[in-house]
Design a binder for this molecule. Structure first.
Ligand SMILES: Cc1cc2nc3c(=O)[nH]c(=O)nc-3n(C[C@H](O)[C@H](O)[C@H](O)COP(=O)(O)OP(=O)(O)OC[C@H]3O[C@@H](n4cnc5c(N)ncnc54)[C@H](O)[C@@H]3O)c2cc1C
Length: 478
């Protein structure tokens, strides 16, 4: 059933077995999987069927630190959540992402890749994608890997709306913003939802799952914990802390004789990364490169520049370009951000939203080691191109300057909101345990990339869906 709490006659069911808050990829996959097992779910969604000015307003916030896009543009508050705006790039986190990494002690997960693998095929089905072709080792000496990904076109709100409307087991209520969460110290005893006219209702459930996105999960838990005088989240837990993105920048251009594959929906691009051994040798976190093919006019411009600075290489490249072997490409790098305590979600002390809840203040700054990751990765890739005569890079001046990143448009932004309610073995290190249950609360769980203790280098949504399916499996068996 699909109902709208903003409609004056609608009332919210008072009781549910599972109450899931948020209908983005995290909450929706969980609800659908519980429904597959015949279980009844109340799915509360703060937004409407589509984006509205009121819902957009609720996602405003402030950034303290590095340049970032307005938070109201970085997520979507509507049925299906931010998948209404996403790019659909889908691939798995690597084994390395989960492991302990020397020097980066806070970048370790309490689970391994093999714990998520059993949910991969089902997650792909939810995203309506196939397995991409296997990765290819392009160069053993330099550890250069080409990887392929799948491109999902699923907008969860559109794709699953009819199924929700006709569901016997899921009651999805739009226009129902979670505004309160009451605990008796050990369990959640009630949740409060409010519509845009200020009408509220209380809901009880056996289990509550927060799936409100990679910023709101932290923000709302901080607020509810404040309301509960600290009885909701253990004071030792790093709530809101270790927030991360995948910083991503165009760092220059490349002229290469590597094959840049055509893709189904996007400009031709070649995706490259390094082997685990190279990341370990360089002592950096993971990263990946996108070489996005340019039209022939762009390639010609790059060749002209190259002939000016290095005539012999330029002429060699020009002779290959004539045979369509050398391509010009925008050279983009994205990397795993170092998880640090100081990057965090905080409640504003001065601004409140229409429900009287403090708006978000996102403290986010790239560290010196983030810069080193980018510089070492670009250097290694450049050495590979030079040694194997595969082409040349033309890098922007800022890449090896001491500080300063470009700061306009999408600079540095991947729209991946990671951390804040991280998963760990102990409450001193995390907010949720390895089953995504909030430490200290028997029936409160969190879904989404806010539970990732580190970001790896993969776009997060496939892993978010895998984790939600794993959470469903856990909830069906507790
Ligand atoms: C432009 C753009 C491009 C992207 N491209 C990619 C990509 O190519 N690949 C990839 O993997 N990821 C991509 N992402 C990120 C991807 O969209 C997110 O990882 C994914 O949507 C997160 O799912 P989620 O369910 O955790 O959160 P969301 O999708 O944000 O869903 C959260 C839901 O909770 C609801 N909600 C919030 N607060 C409340 C409340 N108090 N009460 C009730 N409901 C509430 C919201 O309305 C929303 O429906 C992109 C994002 C953007 C913005």
């Amino acid at each position: 059933m699909l109902i709208d709490f903003n409609a004056s006659t609608t009332s919210v069911p008072k009781n549910a077995e599972f109450c899931i808050v948020g209908s983005g990829p995290a909450g929706m996959s969980l609800a659908l999987e519980l429904e597959n097992h015949g279980r009844s779910v109340l799915l509360l969604e703060g937004g409407g069927l589509e984006w509205t000015p009121e819902s957009y307003e609720l996602y405003k916030g402030d950034i303290v630190g590095d340049y970032y896009v307005g938070l109201e543009y970085a997520r979507a508050r509507q049925l299906g959540g931010t998948s209404g705006h996403w790019g659909g790039w889908s691939y798995q986190l690597t084994e390395l992402a989960f492991k302990e990494k020397p020097g980066f002690e806070d970048a370790q997960w309490p689970i391994e890749k093999k714990d998520l693998d059993p949910f991969l095929e089902k997650a792909r089905a939810v995203l309506n994608i196939q397995a991409p072709p296997d990765d290819v080792l392009l160069d053993r000496e330099f550890g250069i890997m080409e990887f392929r990904i799948a491109y999902s076109r699923v907008k969860f709100g559109q794709m699953y709306r009819e199924r929700l409307a006709s569901s016997q087991h899921i009651t999805c209520v739009t226009g129902a913003t979670l505004t309160g969460l009451k605990t008796n110290g050990r369990n959640i005893v009630a949740a409060t939802v409010t519509n845009f006219s200020g009408k509220s209702a209380n809901v009880t459930a056996k289990y509550f799952v927060l799936a409100m996105g990679g910023i709101e999960n932290s923000r709302m838990l901080l607020w509810f914990n404040h309301q509960a005088n600290g009885q909701l989240v253990d004071s030792r837990a790093p709530l809101g802390r270790y927030w991360m993105e995948h910083p991503a920048y165009q760092v220059g251009y490349a002229l290469v004789d590597l094959k840049i594959p055509k893709t189904e929906y996007f400009r031709p691009h070649l995706l490259l990364t390094f082997t685990e051994e190279v990341f370990k040798k360089l002592g950096i976190l993971e990263c990946s490169f996108v070489l996005e093919g340019m039209p022939s006019t762009g390639t010609k411009g790059l060749l002209k520049d190259l002939i000016c600075v290095a005539p012999r290489v330029g002429e060699w490249a020009a002779s290959l370009a004539g045979k369509n072997i050398v391509c010009g490409a925008r050279f983009i790098i994205g990397w795993e951000q170092e998880p640090v305590w100081s990057n965090h979600v905080k409640l504003s002390e001065t601004k409140r939203d229409r429900f009287g809840i403090p708006t978000v203040e996102l403290h986010w700054k790239k560290t010196e080691r983030d810069r080193v990751t980018m510089q070492k990765a670009v250097t290694h890739f450049n050495e590979f191109l030079m040694a194997k005569n595969h082409g040349r890079l033309k890098l922007a001046d800022w890449v090896f300057a001491k500080d300063g990143y470009p700061s306009s448009g999408n600079d540095g932004v991947s729209y991946h909101h990671i951390g804040g309610t991280r998963m760990a073995h102990t409450v001193e290190k995390g907010v949720v345990d390895k089953n995504c249950r909030v430490f200290g609360q028997g029936n409160l769980y969190v879904a989404g990339s806010s539970v990732f203790p580190s970001g790896g280098e993969a776009n997060p949504t496939l892993s978010i869906v895998q984790l939600s399916l794993r959470l469903a499996d856990h909830l069906l068996n507790v």
